[in-house]
Ligand binder design. Structure first.
Ligand code: ELE
Length: 288
C-alpha cells in the first residue's frame, strides 16, 4: 500500500523551474512518510512542460530519491521516446504516460500503438496514466487487455472506483492506483495505493491515513479522508492547481514557488482568503 505524490513543479516569477525548491520539497515529502514521487503529472503541470523541462525535473528529483515514477507523455512521439531513452540512465521505479489528447476521435488502435512504442523502448516498468476527463480517452482495463499492452502498473484518475478495480481484477499482478484525492482512503483500502495531489500540502495526513488503514482503524482513516475532501472543496474554489502552491507554503512553512501561466498564481487577496480558510486545519490537531 503506497502513498504516491504527484509533485508540483516550483517555478520562479520568470517561469523557470526552481530546482532547489523542487529538491527540498521532495525531501520533505519523503521525510513526512510518502512512498514515491510522480514527476511531470497533472499537478506537476506536465502537459505544459517542455521536453527539456521534463528531463530537468527527473534529474533533479532522482538526485534526491530513486522512488520515482517519471511521466513522459507528449503529443510528439519522437519527444516521448527521447524521454524514455533519457530515463534509462536513471535508477527509478517506473515511467508512465497519459494517452495522446486534444485530437478527437483517434482510433483506439493508434492509442494502443502509442503505448506499445513506449513499452518496447523502455527498460523500466511502464505505468499507464489513465485520465479520461483530461485526455478525452479512456484506456480502460478492456482496452489494455484487447491490445495486450504490457503495463506494470496503472494510475487511473477516475471518480468511479469500480473502473479502477477492474484493472485489479483483470490483471492481478498489475500495481493499481487511483488518482483522485477524494478516493484516497478507498484506494489505500482496496488497491495498491493512491496518487494524491493533496499530499503536497499535507503529506503527513496521507501517511497517517495509510497507517490507520494498515492497523485496521478505518474510522480514524475515514476521518482524515473527510479532512482531505474539505480541503479539495476549498482549493477548487480558487483553482485547484494554483491553490496547492499556497496551501503547501501555508501548511509546510516553506515556499514552493509559483505555478506557470496558463496556470496563473493566485493574487494576494485570493491567497489571503485561501490561507484564512485553511487556518483552522493548520491550527487543529491534523498531522502535517
Ligand atoms: C490527479 C489529479 C486529479 C493527480 C497527477 C495526479 O497530478 O498526476 O480533480 O480528482 O480529477 O490526476 O489531481 O484531480 P481530480 O495523479
Amino acid at each position: 500500500m503506497e502513498v504516491v505524490v504527484p509533485v508540483l513543479t516550483p517555478f520562479n516569477k520568470e517561469g523557470s523551474i526552481d530546482k532547489d525548491l523542487l529538491k527540498s520539497h521532495v525531501q520533505n515529502l519523503l521525510d513526512k512518510g510518502v512512498d514515491a514521487i510522480f514527476v511531470n503529472g497533472s499537478t506537476g503541470l506536465g502537459p505544459s512542460l517542455s521536453k527539456d523541462e521534463k528531463k530537468l525535473t527527473l534529474s533533479t528529483v532522482a538526485g534526491v530519491t530513486n522512488k520515482v515514477i517519471f511521466q513522459v507523455g507528449e503529443l510528439n512521439l519522437n519527444n516521448v521516446l527521447e524521454l524514455v531513452k533519457f530515463s534509462s540512465d536513471y535508477d527509478i521505479m517506473a515511467i508512465a504516460s497519459y494517452s495522446p489528447f486534444y485530437f478527437t476521435r483517434l482510433p483506439e488502435k493508434w492509442l494502443a500503438n502509442y503505448f506499445s512504442s513506449i513499452i518496447s523502448a523502455s527498460k523500466h516498468p511502464v505505468y499507464l496514466y489513465n485520465y479520461p476527463l483530461a485526455t478525452g480517452y479512456d484506456i480502460s482495463a478492456k482496452v489494455v487487455s484487447k491490445y495486450n499492452l504490457d503495463f506494470a502498473g496503472v494510475k487511473d484518475t477516475n471518480q468511479d472506483l469500480s473502473h479502477t478495480l477492474e484493472f485489479k481484477s483483470t490483471f492481478p499482478k498489475m500495481k493499481v492506483f487511483n488518482g483522485s484525492d477524494t478516493l484516497a482512503f478507498y484506494s489505500l483500502l482496496t488497491l495498491d495505493g493512491t496518487v494524491a495531489s493533496m499530499a503536497n500540502p499535507i503529506p503527513a495526513v496521507f501517511s497517517k491515513m495509510k497507517e490507520y488503514v494498515k492497523n485496521g482503524d478505518l474510522r480514524s482513516a475515514l476521518s482524515l479522508q473527510r479532512v482531505i475532501i474539505s480541503l479539495v472543496e476549498i482549493s477548487r474554489k480558487y483553482g485547484h492547481l494554483a491553490s496547492l502552491y499556497v496551501m503547501t507554503e501555508t501548511v509546510q512553512g516553506y515556499s514552493v514557488g509559483y505555478p506557470r501561466p496558463p496556470i496563473f498564481p493566485l493574487d494576494d487577496s485570493e491567497s489571503k482568503a485561501l490561507k484564512g480558510e485553511i487556518e483552522s486545519f493548520v491550527k487543529g490537531l491534523m498531522p502535517r
